[in-house]
Design a protein around this ligand. Structure first.
Ligand code: UDP
Ligand code: UDP
Length: 459
């Protein structure tokens, strides 16, 4: 189907197809990517499913992006209308959810063929099957996983090249990446059943055969990993982030007046607030919730805590911390909260979007990784770029149980302690670098321009 590239004048804008995996942590940065492509003069067509369309169209607002929705496959156990991982009734349905999307292939290809002049597509790392559709239609595919470069490097080595290592690993055994020997990894940094699954390996392989991979990072953030990757691994990684910074002009149009947490933060002006949130997926154990309550209550620190729908807090707690702590149970505008001048710390599960959003808002992190790629992100946050502190787990391991008193200590350390002061200064510097990277002429801006120019020439 090479005829697709016929009769196009080089002056027509490039046409980019975007297709994120159906999870908020993938969809949100892809929306930001759409805004960025539009700002660079590209035409954008965004693929999704009917239930995810309202969320996406709300965030794309009055931009010129087209949205195409494809029916989501019916899968036993997944209720109709649940088309996003954060809406799944149980995390045990994650693998069936991940593996059913190839059923969308005929509809995707039909819709794609009907689109005029597609220059290239950026599809989710978890939608590896789209590489085949892209090849059939002669369209270059780049993958996007929402990860950083470090995670890309580590998964490539331990999962793609030698995944038995992780499956056979014993609890305390330490792994090293051959090029980054000072970084100690154990099996607790991974979810081996997931990252070593046939599904996951297939997705990494599809990425390695793609034209490139887009990374929500910037050249100055993880230089030694980026340099290694683009020298020794493939495909080329393009750092065009932090993507959350693409959002500002759209957000200005959205009024959040009347949102109780913003008003509450306004009232706190002179008092530093700790923002506590664990992303859109985490299921925090009931025993762990109890310890968080103890830690926050004893710390004396003001806090805004976003709890998941299934996480129960007794009313007594909210009553006891009234005035000092606010518990929120709805979807919040996290980027706006982090941008509020009262917010001086973020206790976070270290989902990569949350980390980048915190850095851009110059808010230091108390890292509490819970699963997925979060332990690797925590290494970046705490040891590599040093914009946060680590929570204390009982056994000292990643993802160990956290007791109330350890939490109290680390919350105080971040908000009032010496080490907190050091990471606060550092995040201000790194946040400034992030802002510079996306400005016209900055590294991410230049990478984006170069990517678009390269794809244009290929036509
Ligand atoms: N939504 C989504 N993906 C889904 C299901 C829903 O993005 O798989 C969005 C939906 O478009 C709407 C919001 O989530 O913007 C609320 O969905 P729902 O009607 O299920 O209400 P809720 O359960 O949050 O009360
Ligand atoms: N988020 C939000 N409001 C919420 C919960 C989450 O805006 O109430 C956003 C958050 O700002 C981030 C994304 O959802 O952009 C979550 O992505 P992340 O990588 O931090 O974690 P995940 O949910 O994928 O574990």
């Amino acid at each position: 189907m090479s005829s697709k590239s016929d009769n196009r004048s080089s002056s027509s804008p490039p046409h980019v197809v975007l297709f994120p995996f159906m999870a908020k942590g993938h969809t949100i940065p892809t929306i930001h990517l759409a805004l960025l492509f539009l700002r660079h003069g590209a035409r954008v067509t965004f693929f999704t499913t009917p239930s995810n369309r309202p969320f996406i169209s709300e965030h794309l607002g009055a931009t010129a992006a087209d949205i195409v929705d494809l029916p989501f496959p019916r899968v036993p156990g997944i209720p109709a209308g649940v088309e996003s991982t954060d809406k799944l009734p149980s995390r045990s349905l994650l693998l069936p959810f991940l593996t059913c999307t190839p059923l969308m292939k005929p509809n995707f290809e039909g819709a794609l063929e009907a689109l005029p002049d597609v220059t290239f597509m950026v599809t989710d790392l978890f939608l590896g099957w789209t590489l085949d559709s892209a090849s059939k239609l002669g369209i270059p595919r780049l993958s996007f996983g929402g990860w950083n470069v470090f995670t890309t490097v580590i998964y490539d080595e331990l999962v793609l090249r030698g995944h038995h290592v992780l499956l056979e690993a014993k609890g305390e055994e330490v792994f090293h990446h051959p090029h980054f020997g000072s970084i100690e990894l154990t099996v607790k940094h991974f979810e081996p059943h997931l990252v070593c699954s046939e599904f996951f390996v297939e997705q990494l392989e599809a990425t390695s055969r793609s034209y490139g991979t887009i990374v929500n990072s910037f050249d100055e953030l993880e230089p030694r990993f980026l340099e290694f990757w683009n020298r020794d691994c493939k495909p080329r990684a393009w750092c065009v982030g932090p993507l959350c910074l693409a959002e500002a002009p759209v957000r200005e149009a959205v009024s959040h007046e009347g949102y109780k947490w913003m008003e509450w933060l306004d009232e706190k002006k002179e008092t530093p607030v700790l923002y506590v949130a664990f992303g859109s997926q985490a299921e925090v154990l009931e025993e762990q919730i109890e310890e968080i309550k103890i830690g926050l209550e004893r710390s004396g620190v003001s806090f805004l805590w976003v709890v998941g729908q299934n996480e129960k807090l007794d009313e007594g707690f909210e009553e006891r911390v009234k005035g000092r702590g606010l518990v929120v149970r709805e979807w919040v505008d996290q980027r706006r909260i982090l941008g509020h001048e009262s917010v001086k710390g973020f206790m976070s599960h270290c989902g990569w979007n949350s980390v980048t959003e915190s850095i851009c808002a110059k808010v230091p992190i108390l890292a509490w990784p819970m699963g997925a790629d979060q332990p690797l992100n925590a290494i970046i946050v705490v040891d590599e770029i040093k914009v946060g502190l680590m929570v204390e787990t009982c056994d000292g391991s990643m993802r160990g149980f956290v007791k109330g008193e350890g939490l109290e200590r680390m919350v105080r350390e971040l908000m009032e302690g010496e080490r907190g002061e050091i990471v606060r200064k550092r995040v201000e510097e790194v946040g400034e670098l992030a802002i510079k990277a996306v400005e016209e002429g900055g590294s991410s801006w230049v990478n984006m321009s170069e990517l678009i120019a390269q794809m244009h020439v290929r036509k």
